[in-house]
Design a protein around this ligand. Structure first.
Ligand code: ZN
Length: 411
């Protein structure tokens, strides 16, 4: 069925925003965007601005039932990781049920916050039914953990299965996530990169996240070593010292798409490499999680000045108060007031779609794209639309199924 909407403003993310534009959709797809033309059958959205459905490029939905982040003020990053492991172990035999419930709740929270796409770090066992939520697209990046070579083959079999898994839900596409330098061996990361190339999968890896991680890589010492020793997982050969995030960026670079998650401590040589691979590599900054750990100032401005694609994520509710990606945008705006407002929007739309490999369906409002949009009520005679949006609350709308009075209610 064909539907038309006349919107006050359309931020297509593929050109300048258009005032008084008519968006035509057929079933679940956008057919056209027109600047002129009066259609008597168009639904009046003159007091609304729309942009592509928001994208939260990085989260772990299985922690979505947490009311508060884990850990306490002043803890080290490895102490927090230990808390996360303890939280998961606390469910015992109920882990699968609790996880399914948290994922379902997390997707509901996303939809209510205007988010239409999530980069989800998924862990085994995968619970397919938990993702049955057609209005939110899930890029399911299977978490790849393991330093022990004995189990590497078993994990790679799981990764290969994930790459070609026939999901019954159309809203899920696969990807892989070699977890982090302290938890995934270089051999396994390389194998993930090969699978990424073969199956055109996006990759995501936590990297340059904490000073403790840098110490482990550079010197083979520090709190991460202690944590791994406590778990019986530390081996000198895995951490010979003399390594830097750049070594991992080089490993990831041949992937179809690779996203460096956090990148809080990327130094100039790392950034120079990212610049070299900017067509396929991105950095995902998680602003409020970054603030939670009191990290040094994020190199966001340097990355943007170098033309490196930066996208935003909430990370999980184990380190973030909620899954509100728009609150992350607002946080960036406050922390980096020199970054122009226009530069914030691609981080949660077009660029995030490229980072996750879903740019053919999401991230822009254009013919052929999915008819999922984020809408902001701007009222009549709004003089600064972008400022109104940045101070406002997004709604997730599926223009393909039409809007109800509830969608349009402004209170
Ligand atoms: Zn994460």
């Amino acid at each position: 069925m064909r539907r038309r909407y006349r919107a006050g403003w359309v931020f297509t993310m593929c050109g300048a925003p258009i005032q008084d534009a008519t968006v035509t959709v057929e079933d679940s797809q956008i057919v056209s965007i027109e600047e002129t033309g009066i259609w008597h059958d168009a639904i009046d959205l003159s007091q609304w601005a729309i942009m592509p459905a928001l994208i939260n490029a990085h989260t772990h939905l299985e922690f979505s039932n947490l009311k508060h982040p884990l850990g306490t003020q002043g803890m080290t990053f490895p102490q927090w990781i230990t808390e996360v492991i303890r939280y998961r172990q606390g469910f015992g035999e109920n882990l699968a049920i609790e996880k399914a419930q948290a994922i379902r709740s997390g997707l509901k929270q996303c939809a209510e916050l205007g988010v239409g796409v999530v980069g989800e770090i998924a862990t085994l066992p995968l619970i397919e039914a938990a993702y049955d939520r057609p209005d939110v697209q899930v890029v399911s990046l299977l978490e790849m953990l393991g330093l022990d070579r004995d189990r590497e083959q078993e994990r790679l079999v799981q990764a290969r299965e994930h790459a070609i898994y026939p999901w019954s839900n159309e809203n899920v596409t696969p990807g892989l996530s070699p977890h982090a330098p302290y938890s995934a061996g270089m051999g396994m990361i390389q194998q993930c990169v090969q699978l990424s190339r073969k199956h055109q999968l996006p990759l995501a890896m936590h990297l340059a996240e904490s000073l403790e991680e840098l110490e482990l890589l550079e010197q083979g010492t520090g709190p991460f070593r202690g944590m791994l020793e406590n778990m019986g997982l530390f081996q000198e050969r895995d951490f010979p010292g003399g390594r830097k995030p750049a070594d991992y960026i080089k490993l990831l670079a041949p992937a179809y798409r690779a996203m460096v998650v956090h990148g809080n401590y990327l130094a100039e040589p790392d950034i120079a490499l990212l610049r070299q691979y900017k067509e396929t590599m991105s950095v995902c900054y998680c602003p409020r999680t970054h603030a939670y750990f009191h990290h040094d100032r994020h190199p966001l401005e340097t990355l943007l000045a170098d033309g490196i694609r930066v996208v935003l994520g909430t990370d999980s509710r184990a380190s973030s108060p909620d899954l509100d990606i728009w609150a992350e945008v607002q946080h960036v705006r406050q922390t980096f007031p020199d970054i122009p407002d226009e530069q914030l929007l691609p981080m949660v739309t077009r660029d995030a779609a490229i980072a996750l490999g879903v740019e053919d369906s999401f991230g822009t409002i254009d013919a052929g794209q999915k008819a999922m949009v984020s809408a902001f009520h701007i009222g009549a005679d709004c003089s600064d639309v972008l400022a109104a949006m940045l101070g406002g609350r997004p709604r997730l709308w599926n223009l393909g199924v039409g809007l109800t009075q509830l969608d349009l209610a402004t209170a």
